[in-house]
Write a protein that binds this ligand. Structure first.
Ligand SMILES: [Zn+2]
Length: 326
């Protein structure tokens, strides 16, 4: 059995292995070491790689991975699961989306893959992760959040051929209804699209909101859905649950807030809206209503700003376009 080695986590046989992968160095010389867990079965098989907190304040993803791993017995695993629950560790520590140690680049790790050995802080971290990811993964699941606890949608890499076919199978098995088959050329630099270009099927679940805006119910539900996805790709045995048809989008539309202010949203995730519908209401500092924000497109609400204050230019709403049942 060939050893799976990610940093100091070395799985040279069946069982559960923990270690860390060094992805950088702090200004005081302390190493930045991210947690790695490998759960390996007796038999060879697929290698399901999962990671979370590419955006450091999307803590729900870390809980999703921990909850899933708690359900997993190495004896039931075919192949292996490699889990990195906190990818962007310095951002995680700072309660931020991006690392505070990022210099001149904006440091969105979801645009930094495959990384660069001599790039910015986040590019170098992505580079350290990517070489192991590319070496071992046969499938990737990447956890993100949007803003509010009711966020519940997904993407898979629709890069063509087997990658699209298996990606669709993963999406169906995870079963979040609202799903974007993401074409090549979109979300360039995400781990999902980068591995897909190398022939590795990849899936992103957007579950829960940033920071503490998520519930134990979401985490429990995700862990169950992840087991179903693992069954669909052969990491676990057993019948695959059918969560029902998907609603697929042709693309998505981000709209930024044209102005800032005290803001109360009036839409919710999963809701169908039309262009021109009211998305939320602004109030002035005296508590009087001060205008509304309108939807710039028709489709399904994937994410929306939670309020209670919105900075000008922040993400107002994220809409899935041209919903089709599939
Ligand atoms: Zn994210």
């Amino acid at each position: 059995m060939q050893t799976i080695e990610v940093g100091s986590a070395k799985a040279d046989g069946p069982g559960r292995f923990e270690g860390t992968l060094k992805v950088g160095v702090m200004p005081d010389g302390a190493p930045v070491e991210i947690p790695v867990i490998i759960i390996r079965g007796k038999e060879p098989g697929p290698v399901l790689w999962m990671h979370a907190c590419v955006h450091g304040d999307e803590y729900c993803g870390t809980f999703n991975i921990h909850a899933f791993l708690r359900t997993l017995d190495p004896d039931e695993v075919h192949g292996a699961v490699i889990a990195l629950p906190i990818l962007n560790l310095t951002a995680f520590r700072a309660y931020q989306r991006m690392s505070p140690f990022e210099g001149f680049n904006n440091g969105d790790m979801n645009r930094c893959f495959p990384g660069r050995a001599n790039g910015g802080f986040t590019e170098q971290a992505a580079f350290a992760v990517y070489s192991a990811l590319k070496t071992y993964a046969t499938h990737l699941v990447d956890f993100h959040t949007a803003f509010t606890p009711n966020t519940r949608w997904a993407l898979y890499a629709d890069a063509g051929g087997e990658v699209s076919k298996v990606g669709r199978r993963m999406a169906k098995a995870f079963g979040y209804e609202n799903t974007l088959p993401t074409p090549a050329g979109t979300l360039v630099g995400s781990a999902m699209m980068t591995v897909a270009a190398e022939g590795i099927p990849a899936y992103i679940a957007e579950a829960g909101g940033t920071g503490t805006s998520f519930t134990p119910e979401t985490v429990k539900d995700v862990a169950e859905r992840l087991r179903n996805l693992a069954r669909a790709i052969g990491v676990l045995k057993g019948e695959v649950t059918d969560y029902g048809p998907l609603t697929l989008f042709s693309n998505f539309h981000w709209a930024n807030a044209p102005r800032g202010g005290i803001f109360k949203p009036s839409v919710s995730c999963g809701q169908t809206i039309a262009e021109g519908d009211v998305v939320g209401t602004y109030f002035d500092n005296f508590g009087d209503e001060d205008g509304v924000a309108l939807s710039p497109a028709s489709g399904v609400v994937l994410a929306h700003h939670p309020g209670p204050i919105i900075p000008q230019g922040d993400v107002l709403i994220h809409i899935g376009l041209n919903p089709q049942r599939a």
